[in-house]
Design a protein around this ligand. Structure first.
Ligand code: PGA
Length: 255
């Protein structure tokens, strides 16, 4: 894992956008995995700036979002479909047919999961997956559990996640209790992964992600097995770390 401690949310967003843009420029066809939530908002803003100022071309970019709330239609203001269009897609030259987001209101959600997985395979897998991390260590909506599911599936959201995400809804009851999410294997098959973490509330899960231990009650800890992960992390979290595995994360990388 390559660890990049950063001083500000802005710096994190710029660095993540630079990595994404670099990959787009270097490849004629690029498959990106996208995340939602507060963490990547700044990155999307930076990518829109790069599109406007530097003509970063999204016309050959194919995207797959990590997850979607089950039961929400794409028009619902709290759906991740709505988020992606409002914060990113409508400002760049991405082709509608290249955008993939699980359909929260699919008639047959199980079939939707299978189709989603097949669509990812059809384009040769994800080249670069952008991830945030939940306060409980989830990635996508892969919630802490004894067993994790490998492929795109329907998941019951944990109380921690429902509580954390209630800030986007009128109240706790309005937060959907289930979601469709890529599985851990879907994510781990991505060729490259950027994990972003900003704010002290992410300290606990991030320290576990770099601990050297892999546990299904911190799904993000599985990322330690992947050989191309860039962790862009709030310096307040990382510099105070005392539990990094010295073999993987030598002290000299701690700033
Ligand atoms: P956040 O969510 O970016 O809104 O903190 C991250 C997540 O739950 O994966």
């Amino acid at each position: 894992m390559e660890i990049k401690p950063i001083n500000s949310y802005d710096a994190m967003s710029k660095l993540a956008a630079k990595i994404v843009a670099g990959q787009i420029i270097n490849k004629s066809k690029m498959v990106l995995g996208f995340a939602t939530g507060s963490t990547p908002l700044g990155m999307y803003r930076e990518l829109v700036k790069l599109y406007k100022k530097s003509k970063l071309d999204f016309s050959k970019v194919i995207t797959f979002n990590l997850d979607e709330y089950l039961g929400l239609s794409p028009e619902h203001p709290q759906s991740y479909h709505y988020y992606m269009y409002e914060n990113f897609f409508k400002y760049v030259n991405i082709r509608e047919e290249n955008i993939h987001i699980p359909k929260g209101n699919a008639e047959d959600p199980v079939q939707e999961c299978l189709n989603y997985e097949r669509e990812i395979e059809k384009v040769g897998g994800i080249d670069l997956q952008v991830l945030g991390i939940g306060v409980n260590g989830h990635v996508g909506f892969n919630e802490p559990n004894i067993n994790l599911e490998a492929r795109t599936h329907i998941i019951q959201l944990s109380n921690d996640t429902i509580k954390a995400n209630s800030r986007f809804f009128k109240n706790l009851d309005e937060v959907p209790k289930k979601a469709i999410t890529m599985g851990m294997a879907t994510i781990m098959k991505s060729k490259r992964i950027i994990l972003m973490a900003w704010g002290v509330e992410k300290k606990k899960p991030i320290l576990k992600v770099i601990s050297g231990n892999i546990a299904t009650d911190v799904p993000a800890s599985l990322l330690q097995v992947h050989n191309d992960v860039i962790l862009v992390v709030d310096k307040k979290i990382y510099s105070s770390s005392t539990v990094t595995d010295p073999l993987f994360y030598p002290k000299k990388t701690i700033k």
